[in-house]
Each structure stands twice: as C-alpha cells, then as structure tokens.
Design a protein around this ligand. Structure first.
Ligand code: NAD
Ligand code: GDD
Length: 325
C-alpha cells in the first residue's frame, strides 16, 4: 500500500498536535508546520517546519505537489478572554484569513485538491444563541449571518473561500465546525485558554475553602468536546464523500456554573463559586448532531465527565511540573 502524505498546518497547536499523532498512527507520512513548536512535545511529525503561513514563500515551501491531503488548522485562536474582548480583532481577521488565502492559492498552483478546514461554532448567528436553554446551531441556520465576534466572521468568510475553490477549481474541501474542543495538551494558561482548561486550572490550584471566580452569571451554556473525538470526526469527514460544513461537537450541553461544580466534584475539594464580570460571548450554544449522524453515521459519544477527569488530571500534572521549575 502506498503511504499517504499529509500536511498539518497548525501542527504546533492543540488539535493539530493530536491530529499529527492520529495520522501517524494510521500510517501517514506527515509534515507539520507552525509558527511555534508544540509546548508539550506533542508533534510526532516526520518533518516539522517552523514558519509563518502568512509568508507566501514559506507556503510555497510546505505545500508540495506530492501531498495527498492538507489539514488547515492554523489560526489566531483563543477562548472568550482572547476572542470576545475586541482587542485582538484586527490580528484575528488579518492573520487567519491570510493563512487560508495563501494555502489555498498554493494548493491550486501545485495541483493539491484535498483539504480540511477547521471552522468554528462561532460562525453561527448570535440571534439563535440568546436563550441558554434552547440555542440553535443546526448547519442550515448559518444565514442570515450574524456572528457575535470578528473571529466568527473570519471563519464564515474562510468557509465561503474554501467552497469557492471547490466550485471554481475542482477542489475537494471539507469543512468542520468545531464546538469548544478541550483535553490534555490544550492551552491552559496565558490568556488564550478556554473555559474547560481555565476552570480546571483554577480548581486545581485552589485549597479547601477557596473561592473560584467564574466569568458571567454562570447561566450561559456550552457543550465541550474531548479532542480525541474531534480528531476522529475530522478523519471520518475526510474519508467520507460529504464535504460539510458539518458540526463537530458534543450535544451534552451544560451551564458554566454546573461545569464548574463538575470540576469541583472531580477534584474532591470543598470550594465555592464567585461570579465576576468577564467576556461571556453568546448566552447559549450546543452542537446539533443530526447532520453528522445522517452523513457519517457517527457522532461523538464520550461523556463530558470522562473528558474532564482526563483534562483535570493533566492540568494538575502541569501545575506540579511548573511549580518544580
Ligand atoms: P491552537 O491555537 O492550539 O492552534 C492553532 C495553531 O496555529 C497554533 O499553534 C498557532 O501557533 C498556529 N498559527 C497561528 N498563526 C499561524 C501562522 N501565521 N503561521 C503558522 N502557524 C500559525 O488552537 P486549536 O484549539 O488547536 O485550534 C485549531 C483550529 O481549530 C483553529 O483554526 C481554531 O480556530 C479552530 N477551532 C478550535 C476550537 C477549539 O475549541 N479549540 C473551536 C473552534 C474552532
Ligand atoms: N475562558 C474562560 N475563562 N471562560 C470562562 C471563565 C474563565 O475563567 N469563566 C467563565 N467562563 C465562561 C466565558 O465567559 C464563556 O461564557 C464560557 O465560559 C465559555 O468560554 P470559552 O470556553 O472561553 O469560549 P466560548 O465557548 O465562548 O468560545 C470558544 O469556543 C468556540 C467554539 O465553540 C472559543 O474558543 C472560540 O474561539 C471557539 O471557536
């Protein structure tokens, strides 16, 4: 059997690192590219290129005609503390769009046509995510478009960009809309961390009797997907004859207050919650997995608690390592 060759853009990041490992376990030859090394040494690619995908010359170097597939995960990315403050909007739109524009154009030049693009649930309209108990995120509810962040608008623009290459240049672009992916090796400190890692960190660092600060009133809802199932979803989509866009997320919706209680329960610590002001994003969000079930005959199924236990223990270990330095 001929070994398939893949390029993972954003291989130094969280999901990219896990995806490289998955592709290697499937027997792929993998080239990774990222502007930074993977902090947790999680990139087992055959070749790792440290470089900036905003630079056309770097893109010419990494997008080669012998590639069977490209996975484009590079983006200026973060949790609510990064994407919803407004302070990073120009960078987010400029940097992420440039990566997508450059990669696609070079693929066209080199005749590479199979690509996965990582979109986000943040592209769904805010008006369908105002009720924390009944958010609507079915794929066909994307328009009229009204994302609540520039990050979401860039994702929507880039989705459309990939689809134009399908229509005009015979590309086989596949689009997954990720819903808050978490797990070991994810960003857990520094300002870009998402709620699962942030809350696990706060709880892991607390002593009995401490107070955990949670942004917003805690009634906002989300669903969180463990990274292993995200990577599974990416691979299943790539192997299918369906292009998407399709949600890759969990349907196990939970309020942020209850999520915090879940982490506290896992920790076994006696803690209380204080709700404070902070960037909150939409009031409610949940994956809708009707389409993925219909098209791929599969949907994520790992219970939230299992993923949180794994992540909490990993963050606890990271804190111990950091404290020993
Ligand atoms: P991440 O930040 O860990 O990974 C993104 C990687 O892209 C980083 O390592 C970063 O250095 C790299 N990158 C950014 N700009 C680059 C550039 N100019 N050149 C080269 N590399 C560059 O984030 P992640 O959680 O692994 O997310 C991967 C993708 O999935 C992103 O496109 C993100 O927007 C999307 N996504 C993630 C989530 C989530 O919950 N994690 C949700 C929705 C969508
Ligand atoms: N990050 C963070 N840190 N969020 C907190 C905290 C905290 O300490 N405390 C409470 N929250 C709340 C946020 O205010 C928000 O309402 C909710 O937890 C979820 O926050 P995040 O996990 O940071 O982001 P998100 O779900 O709103 O959006 C994320 O997921 C999208 C995909 O579903 C972002 O990472 C987006 O970039 C991503 O595309």
């Amino acid at each position: 059997m001929i070994m398939k060759k893949a390029l993972v853009c954003g291989a130094g990041g969280f999901i990219g690192g896990h995806l490289v490992n998955r592709l290697k376990s499937e027997g792929y030859w993998v080239r990774g590219v990222d502007i930074k090394e993977n902090e947790y040494g999680n990139t087992n690619s055959d070749e790792f290129v440290l470089g900036d995908l905003r630079d056309v010359n770097l893109v010419k170097q990494v997008v080669t005609s012998d590639l069977d597939e490209i996975y484009q995960l590079a983006a200026d990315m973060g949790g609510a503390g990064f994407v919803f403050t407004g302070d990073n909007d120009a960078d987010i739109m400029h940097n992420s769009a440039l990566c997508n524009l450059n990669v696609l154009e070079e693929m066209k030049r080199k005749g590479v046509k199979n690509v996965f693009y990582s979109s986000s649930a943040c592209m769904y309209p805010e008006y369908n995510q105002m009720d924390p108990d009944n958010p609507k995120c079915s794929e066909d509810s994307a328009y009229p478009a009204a994302p609540d962040s520039e990050y979401g608008w860039e994702k929507l623009f880039s989705e459309r960009l990939y689809l134009t290459y399908n229509r005009n240049h015979g590309f086989n672009s596949k689009i997954g809309r990720f819903h808050n992916i978490f797990g070991p090796q994810g960003t857990w400190k520094g300002g870009r961390e998402k709620a699962p890692a942030a809350i696990c960190r706060k709880v892991a660092m607390a002593q009995n009797g401490d107070v955990i600060e949670v942004w917003g009133d805690g009634t906002q809802t989300r669903s969180f997907l463990i990274v292993d199932e995200c990577v599974d979803g990416i691979r299943r989509l790539m192997e299918s004859d369906f292009a998407g866009p399709v949600n890759i997320g969990s349907e196990e919706m939970i309020s942020i207050q209850n999520f915090t209680r879940l982490v506290m329960d896992i920790s076994g610590k006696d803690l209380s919650i204080k709700n404070i002001e902070g960037p909150t994003g939409v009031k409610g969000r949940n994956s809708d997995n009707k389409l993925i079930k219909e098209k791929l005959g599969w949907a994520p199924s790992i219970p939230l608690r299992n993923g949180v236990e794994k992540t909490y223990n990993w963050i606890l270990d990271q804190i111990k390592v950091t404290e020993n330095v």
